[in-house]
Design a protein around this ligand. Structure first.
Ligand code: ADP
Length: 592
């Protein structure tokens, strides 16, 4: 069933009480006549939409406008060939989060002009770089009928790799695979490494602006970005940080368009420039379209060693966390390590059926058996040390000594693992910035596997981790699903990533997954835990949990949104922030 509006409620957002010329937009799922889109943007007439599309076609040419027609079969595709107008891992009715059309600009002036057109026609637009965004909504827009802007189709150049400064400047369509290949082809990995997330097919810009993570010492991608070029909702173009300062020593060519002008020599070296630091407002936001971004690369450390430590008992999580905290804060653990539940690794090696005929959540005894069969622990810690051999040896000896104080803990190097597709071998690549798609396999734990991520933040502490694990696992079991998760250890906190796998062809399975994530959000808020990122369907619910002092932060976000985007055309509803022209209560996604 598609989420639907309660057509009788009419309250506006609680923004400033300026009179609204029209009724606020509410969901209507209005299809157009044959030949039109499956879903029209809210409040948009067929004539207005046609006139927008004609103008867009003139601007970017016919091949770069794709209409999602009334009778279009929403084909999910797969990770390598993702769909570009809906969510392939749909958690609500797959016909709900669907775009009206996808438009692919070829350069920055076309992005600017498209924003002006969207304002003129009051059409919501949802930008994405690649549109994989797996587990968080893919390429789908929050508001059905929005026009998706596919930035990555054409704007996909590595503009610069500077070895001396150890950074790259990229366009939206550059994936982790692309930049890795670029470095390999030019033998630049001898000098600089890229940090990559679990799957390499996402964009560097999309991942950084969503505040995604990787696993080398440069794993916090947002921390490692430096300098952006952004198109604002009204079509204006800005550069942030040192990019705002022209550099006459680099170029004085008066014929270059602003977006073609070389940046200041320090644009990718110093993030803050002068005055308020703007970059943060362009993350998880609906305030700008990032068309260029700098990302720091890690100087090749001159040596590297990945390792795994297996911990035999479920309750070893507690001791492990209290060992990890000081080591991570002192940077003895130099990278972003992970402590993975047995089923995350087991799911990479095979689907549920290959271990058990049960369709219930696996019991402790069954999990012990799987761990034994795979020669793994109930928890498995993956890390790496970086630098010349003497440094690595010292670090490794401290790490080993600390973890091996846990009875039964075992230490492994990649060469100790002989099984095909060894997770440690994959992690050994990932932890040195070599991208892959091996981790996709765990999504097939269930037939027609699809997934959602539930990702609360927690302290690096035995007590907190155990409590969060037991709260989340209990609800997974109640939903009839297996707990599959990992703790991703940042510099002071952890992203606890619970992988909710469901069968996308089974309505009951989707319902359970949806119930589970909604319940987990509520449970976690009651413990003071909040999520760092989420799927389209859960954005409003999570935004409401960040409600200190009568929602003061949301009020600020709404004021900024309305000031920068008065017509509310750029990504309305993203991360729970609704423009004044939308009735936000009516847009909330109901639970079934
Ligand atoms: P991926 O790179 O994993 O394929 P997407 O390209 O789908 O991910 O990006 C994920 C989300 O990040 C998008 O839904 C959008 O909200 C935001 N986003 C991605 N690229 C940009 C961009 N260039 N400018 C602004 N927001 C972006």
């Amino acid at each position: 069933m598609a989420p639907h509006a309660n057509e009788t409620s009419s309250n506006n957002n609680g923004h400033d009480a300026t009179p609204q010329p029209q009724q606020p937009h509410r969901p209507s799922q209005r299809a157009s006549a044959k030949g039109g889109p499956k879903i029209l943007p809210p409040g948009c007439s067929e004539e207005n939409f046609t006139s927008f599309l004609d103008a867009a076609r003139k601007l970017v040419e016919d091949d770069n406008v794709f209409l999602i027609e009334l009778d279009h079969n929403l084909i999910d595709g797969d990770y390598m060939q993702p769909c570009k107008g809906h969510d392939m891992h749909a958690i609500v009715d797959r016909e709900y989060f669907v775009a009206s059309a996808t438009v692919s600009p070829r350069d920055v002036p076309e992005v600017q002009e498209l924003m002006r057109l969207c304002n003129k026609h009051e059409i919501p637009v949802w930008p994405f770089s690649i549109g994989r965004n797996t587990g968080y909504g893919g390429a789908a827009p929050r508001v059905p009928g929005s026009v998706c802007m596919d930035l990555g189709k054409h704007m996909n150049k590595v503009l610069d790799v500077n070895v001396e400064g150890a950074y790259a400047l990229v366009e939206p369509g550059v994936t982790f695979f692309d930049l890795h290949e670029y470095l390999e082809e030019r033998n630049l990995r001898e000098k600089v490494w890229l940090d990559v997330p679990d799957l390499g097919g996402g964009s560097i810009i999309g991942n950084a602006v969503e505040r995604g993570v990787g696993y080398t010492p440069y794993g916090d991608h947002w921390m490692m970005h430096c300098g952006m070029e952004v198109v604002l909702p009204n079509g204006d173009l800005i550069r942030t940080g040192m990019g705002a300062l022209p550099d006459p020593t680099v170029s004085k060519d008066p014929n270059l368009r602003p977006d073609q002008q070389p940046g200041n020599r320090c644009w990718q070296l110093f993030n803050y420039g002068f005055g308020p630091y703007n970059d943060g407002i362009f993350t998880q936001s609906s305030l700008g379209i990032v068309v260029k971004m700098g990302i720091w690369l890690m100087p090749n450390p001159g040596g590297y060693q990945a390792y795994m430590i297996t911990l035999p008992r479920d309750e070893d999580l507690h001791a492990a966390m209290d060992i990890i905290r000081p080591l991570r804060m002192q940077m003895v653990l130099q990278n972003v390590p992970t402590l993975r539940h047995i089923l995350l690794d087991a799911a990479v090696y095979g689907n549920k059926k290959s271990y058990s005929s049960s369709d219930k959540p696996l019991t402790d005894e069954e999990l012990d058996e799987i761990a034994k069969k795979l020669d793994l622990g109930r928890w498995n810690f993956y890390g790496a040390v970086y630098g010349p051999e003497p440094i690595r040896n010292v670090l490794l000896s401290v790490i080993k000594q600390s973890f091996l104080s846990i009875p039964g803990a075992r230490f492994w190097l990649p060469e100790d693992r002989k099984e095909p597709n060894s997770v440690l071998h994959t992690r050994s690549n990932t932890l040195q910035g070599i991208p892959s798609v091996d981790e996709l396999k765990w999504v097939d734990w269930l037939p027609n596997g699809a997934h959602l991520f539930f990702s609360p933040i927690t302290k690096i502490s035995g007590d907190d981790a155990m409590l969060q694990y037991s709260v989340t696992k209990k609800r997974c079991v109640e939903a009839g699903l297996d707990f599959i998760g990992t703790f991703v250890v940042g510099m002071r906190e952890m992203h606890h990533i619970v992988c909710i796998v469901f069968n996308r062809e089974d309505h009951e399975s989707k319902k359970k997954a949806h119930w589970l994530i909604r319940t987990l959000i509520q449970d976690c808020a009651e413990h003071g835990w909040g999520e760092y990122r989420t799927h389209l369907a859960l954005m409003d619910q999570i935004a409401k949990t960040y409600n200190f002092n009568d929602n003061a932060q949301m009020k600020l976000n709404e004021r900024i949104k309305d000031a920068l985007d008065p017509k509310g055309v750029l990504a309305p509803g993203k991360n729970g922030i609704w423009p004044k022209g939308y009735d936000k209560e009516a847009w909330a996604i109901p639970s079934e």
